[in-house]
Design a protein around this ligand. Structure first.
Ligand code: C5P
Length: 227
């Protein structure tokens, strides 16, 4: 069977990663969570004091980029690959609200994007990859055979994210989650470099009122039509 590249873009917390992972597992493809890479760079900046007192030092981050090594590793016991930052598994450290607050500003930095996009393109060289993010169908894989653009109302997305964080044991307010989602949407869609856009050949799916199973079958059918 022919292998294809599947790009899944969309707003924050639209469930891109859930459907991308289901699809990759079903097809035996590699799943790449590109957002985890931007989050790991943000965590690095926090750990190195490049982000402090609500500010970050852009020049220092640019200088540090060669020292940031990211890779994904999967062990049988894990249901998805974990991201490793300079040899350390940071999967559990990159989803909190603190990282979420800085990740979108960090992702506007051109040099950060150049580094991560190059690594993402390398991971997709052999096809058989499902990657989710904001610029996958427009910049990373403009020739992807299947491009999906996911959307849902901001409230619905915040509700899902809030439930996820509460389930993890985070002490968090719904309004802070909603505010963070709205802020990230704004930054992601208005930045100069690779703003979040629906590629002209992407298929839009609004999953506000869709359950996970319907969503998976819709996307799977679209993939099967192209394989
Ligand atoms: O996908 P996730 O919500 O974890 O991504 C975190 C942030 O990383 C996004 O809000 C966005 O600012 C940035 N991002 C990006 N390009 C990607 C993936 C994520 O700019 N391909």
């Amino acid at each position: 069977m022919k292998k294809i590249t599947i790009a899944i873009d969309g707003y924050s917390s639209t469930g891109k990663s859930t459907v991308a992972k289901q699809l990759a597992d079903y097809l035996g493809y590699v799943y790449v969570d590109s957002g985890a890479m931007y989050r790991a760079v943000t965590l690095y900046a926090m750990q190195q004091g490049i982000i402090s007192d609500n500010h970050f030092d852009v020049e220092k981050l640019k200088e540090s980029l060669p020292s940031i090594h990211l890779r994904f590793l999967k062990e049988a016991a894990w249901n998805k690959a974990h991201i490793f930052l300079n040899g350390k598994d940071v999967e559990d450290k990159i989803r909190n609200l603190e990282v979420s607050e800085f990740v979108s500003p960090i992702a506007t930095i051109h040099e950060v994007r150049v580094k991560l996009v190059a690594q993402q393109q390398k991971m997709g060289l052999e096809k058989g990859v499902v990657m989710d993010g904001r610029d996958i169908g427009t910049v990373v894989f403009p020739n992807a055979e299947l491009k999906i653009f996911m959307n849902a109302s901001a409230k619905e997305r915040a509700q899902r994210r809030y439930q996820e964080l509460v389930a993890r044991g985070d002490d968090i307010q719904f309004n802070d989650v909603l505010k963070n989602i709205e802020e990230r949407d704004y930054i992601d869609t208005t930045r100069d470099d690779s703003p979040l856009r629906k590629a002209s050949d992407a298929i839009e799916i609004d999953n506000s009122d869709m359950n996970l199973e319907d969503q998976f079958h819709t996307v799977l059918q679209l993939a099967k039509d192209r394989i």
